[in-house]
Design a protein around this ligand. Structure first.
Ligand code: TXA
Ligand code: MG
Length: 338
């Protein structure tokens, strides 16, 4: 069942979560599938409903930075504390921070690790649900494992409707890509998944000693489930976020294969002499190529194009700085053929 966000529906969602039920709710990044992070059975159901492998830890959502102790184990060592003070300036926002885990968090949430990824979502509906549920909420993206993350309540309904207890509709997600995941616990601050808070943003707030070390984890290092063991962020597999239609970067298909129905996702309006007639569908994400707009609309476009029964889907690429890095990270996984 979908209810639009209101005082009543938020109260209902919070009550369901506090009783161990599963509720999908909006965040600024993507829709999350929420369960009480303290309730082992509810968390297990999240894994079951998503067909998510048990080795892939979930992100825990809290309502404010002052509540971090509900999810993480404090005090933390001095270096981590300093880094946390710097990067938590991005809360509420699309940044998940890996910290030592509070033992009350159900072990399945973090796939048995002694760490937990925590974030404060920049969405008033999400924070109201967390506050009223009076528990930290474990919430992966509200989609079946490996598929494209949902950025509207309808996307959630399409894939999980029959298996969860409620969907709260708060409109389309503002950012449209999952949060940046970072670990503060290593020798260097490490970006485990690029997202809405960019490497540049993080470098600005970290101390000079931490600036250079902000390091991106290349997805190539996690191509297979076997390679995954030993990875810091076990959920980062190479093939992910994929539509069913074979997806390729446009630059890898300079000539349209004859007799095939091909769709194209453009980042900006193509030039006047563009041979649009060669494509069954052309989707323009942003008139002037604004990459924030591209990020916000990308997953919805992938889903919609996937419904057209095309033989082939092509997509633009972009420079890999700022949010462009996260866009290309998702597209590399979505186009990955093994
Ligand atoms: O934007 C988001 O982060 C969304 C919304 C709902 O908040 N959530 C989301 O969750 O994308 P999910 O489960 O689809 O992705 C969780 C990511 C995975 O890549 C996982 O490996 C990483 O976070 N992660 C979680 N806990 C971790 C931990 N303790 N150490 C390292 N990586 C962790
Ligand atoms: Mg996900």
């Amino acid at each position: 069942m979908i209810l639009s966000a209101s005082t009543d529906s938020i109260a209902r969602a919070a009550e369901l979560i506090s009783k161990g039920k599963l509720v999908a709710f909006p965040t600024e990044t993507v829709y999350g599938l929420g369960a009480s992070a303290y309730n082992a059975e509810a968390v297990e159901r999240v894994f079951a409903v998503k067909s998510r492998p048990a080795h892939n830890p979930l992100i825990v959502h809290i309502a404010s930075v002052d509540d971090v102790h509900f999810a993480a184990r404090l005090p933390i060592e001095h270096k981590v504390k300093e880094r946390f003070a710097a990067v938590s300036q991005f809360w509420p926002g699309p940044l998940s921070i890996v910290l030592p885990k509070n033992p009350r968090i159900a072990p399945a949430v973090s796939a048995g690790l002694d760490t937990v990824a925590v974030r404060v979502p920049d969405n008033a509906v999400a924070r109201a649900i967390i506050r009223e549920a009076r528990c930290p909420i474990a919430a992966p993206s509200a989609n079946v494992f490996g598929s494209v993350s949902p950025t509207t309540a309808q996307h959630v309904e399409e894939s999980l409707a029959d298996t969860i207890d409620l969907v709260i509709d708060g409109g389309p997600c503002r950012i449209g890509l999952e949060s940046t995941v970072i670990s503060l616990l290593g020798e260097k601050v490490q970006i485990l998944r690029p997202g809405g808070i960019t490497r540049e943003d993080l470098s600005h707030v970290l101390s000079p000693g931490d600036l250079a070390p902000v390091e991106l984890k290349r997805f190539e290092r996690a191509n297979t489930v076997e390679e995954r063991s030993g990875l810091l962020s076990p959920g980062m597999l190479a093939s992910h976020y994929a539509p069913r239609t074979p997806l390729y970067f446009k630059e890898d298909f300079p000539i349209r294969p004859p007799g095939k129905r091909v769709g194209l996702i453009c980042f900006k309006e193509p030039p006047a002499d563009f041979p649009g007639h060669e494509y069954a569908y052309v989707w323009i994400l942003s008139k002037d190529g604004d990459l924030d707009e591209v990020a916000a609309k990308l997953f919805a476009a992938l889903r919609q194009m996937d419904g057209y029964g095309l033989d082939l889907l092509l997509v633009d690429s972009c420079p890999e700085d700022g949010i462009g890095y996260a866009i290309m990270d998702r597209l590399r996984r979505a186009t990955y053929k093994g």
